[in-house]
Design a protein around this ligand. Structure first.
Ligand SMILES: Cc1cc2nc3c(=O)[nH]c(=O)nc-3n(C[C@H](O)[C@H](O)[C@H](O)COP(=O)(O)OP(=O)(O)OC[C@H]3O[C@@H](n4cnc5c(N)ncnc54)[C@H](O)[C@@H]3O)c2cc1C
Length: 406
């Protein structure tokens, strides 16, 4: 492990080693083929579940491992360093649907969904985005109308990771009426399962990277969701989704750090072996500086992510730090993989070597769970929310008039 600054406990090291061993034996031999064939391996879900990797932050009373956020992210980095597609499946499942049901679900919902989710019998997905509502997710238009003891949902959710194989989907839909729109407060969260009448998996996206992670539209056509599957309170779904994204963004940070670290490790090995002008290319200062920058970036991103996770585990608010972690880690992954391709030269540009896949996989970390632009919006908004000193600049422009959306 290169520049792991956080002192880990023996238990954390054990979980880290277990994740690394699993990734190297069960995933690494197949990653290139799964990526090439856009193949999602259902058997892997069951194996991950058997080892506890799908219930990492669920309590032991619900068949989870009861780990803290830091330990979860340490394990997730190990999986991501081997396969970013598998990592996003593990990240979404552990960070979003399971945590949302744990936090806002009824006892009955927890019993019914969380045990099988922890065991890998039900895979979780998160359906917030829509074709016309991405960064502006509160503009979503899927409509839910109460009909007796059901809610009837109509609309199309977009970009749902693991959507082809998900057994539990937390889907956000409007429960306000078209003649009385309430903005973000008109959105509720529902626990949707694919056996419900009116559920259909729609278009599967053909992606640049993360090709072994199926990303699909989900079509709700008069989808009948039992009223008992409303998650938490009506009208709170958007707030739940936003609060959960603190978890989600830390998961994506771990994914990005795993990708960046893999790029560094492959580059170190290749630069030591590849000879030009009669010596290893690692002897050239230009290559050494790239390796130094990659190592610096990965170490800094990991340190920020670990510090954020520890703050979260102490119960502190981490919206600002989670956004900064995700932003730093994803930009580090992108620059590290770009330099890795450069260090590999022409061989970095072909599929015989793994760095071109890392480069393709890195890009999406700058896009999903809030683009880098949106992370900067969140960070700037949080900075102003935390400003104690009021300074009126020349011209009297107030901070809250600079156009930062709230
Ligand atoms: C592989 C993949 C998997 C995904 N998985 C999921 C999932 O499981 N569940 C889910 O709900 N969603 C998922 N998403 C959706 C993802 O979260 C959205 O793609 C993302 O939020 C951006 O939305 P958009 O694609 O509509 O882009 P847009 O919102 O249309 O943005 C386009 C550009 O405009 C910029 N922009 C927009 N608004 C602003 C602003 N206010 N200030 C500055 N710049 C701005 C953006 O940063 C971006 O550069 C996934 C996406 C991908 C690609």
């Amino acid at each position: 492990m290169i520049h792991q600054l956080t002192p880990l406990t023996p238990e954390q090291r054990e979980i880290q080693q277990a994740a690394r061993d699993f990734a190297l034996t069960e995933i690494a031999p197949h990653s290139a083929a799964w990526d090439r064939d856009q193949h999602f391996e259902p058997a892997l879900v069951r194996k991950l579940g058997e080892l506890g990797f799908l219930g990492m932050m669920l309590p032991e009373s619900l068949d989870g491992l009861g780990l803290d956020t830091l330990t979860y992210l340490v394990a997730l980095e190990e999986i991501a360093a081997v396969d970013a597609s598998v990592a996003v499946m593990v990240s979404v499942h552990n960070s979003l649907p399971t945590q949302m049901i744990l936090r806002w679900g009824t006892d009955e919902q927890k019993e019914r969904f969380l045990r099988p989710m922890a065991r890998g019998e039900l895979l979780g997905a998160f359906a917030l985005s829509e074709p016309d509502a991405g960064s502006d997710a509160a503009a979503l238009s899927t409509q839910a109308v109460r009909d007796g003891d059901c809610w009837v949902l109509d609309g199309t959710k977009a970009w749902v990771s693991s959507g082809t194989h998900a057994g539990v989907i937390i889907a956000m839909a409007r429960t306000d009426r078209p003649d009385n729109r309430r903005g973000a407060r008109g959105i509720s969260a529902f626990i949707v399962t694919p056996d419900m009448p009116g559920f259909r998996v729609g278009k599967k996206e053909d992606k640049m990277g993360l090709r072994a992670s199926p990303t699909v539209q989900l079509v709700f056509d008069n989808l009948r969701v039992p009223a008992a599957n409303l998650l938490g309170q009506e009208g709170q779904g958007f707030a739940y989704a936003m609060q959960s994204l603190d978890n989600g963004r830390l998961g994506i940070a771990a994914q990005a750090i795993g990708i960046g670290r893999a790029a560094l490790e492959y580059s170190l090995a290749y630069a030591a072996e590849r000879r030009q002008f009669g010596k290893p290319i690692a002897d050239f200062e230009a290559i050494q500086f790239k390796l130094a920058d990659m190592a610096k970036g990965v170490a800094a991103a990991r340190a920020l992510m670990h510090a954020t996770a520890s703050a979260k585990d102490r119960g502190e608010p981490v919206t600002l730090a989670a956004s900064m972690s995700k932003l730093l880690a994803s930009e580090t992954a992108m620059s590290a993989t770009r330099e890795a391709v450069q260090i590999f030269g022409g061989y970095g540009y072909i599929t015989d070597y793994p760095v071109e896949r890392l480069f393709r996989d890195a890009k999406v970390t700058e896009i999903y769970e809030g683009t880098s632009e949106i992370q900067r919006v969140v960070i700037a908004r949080q900075l102003y929310a935390g400003t104690r000193h009021q300074a009126t600049p020349p011209g009297g422009v107030e901070a809250n008039r600079i156009g930062i959306p709230r």
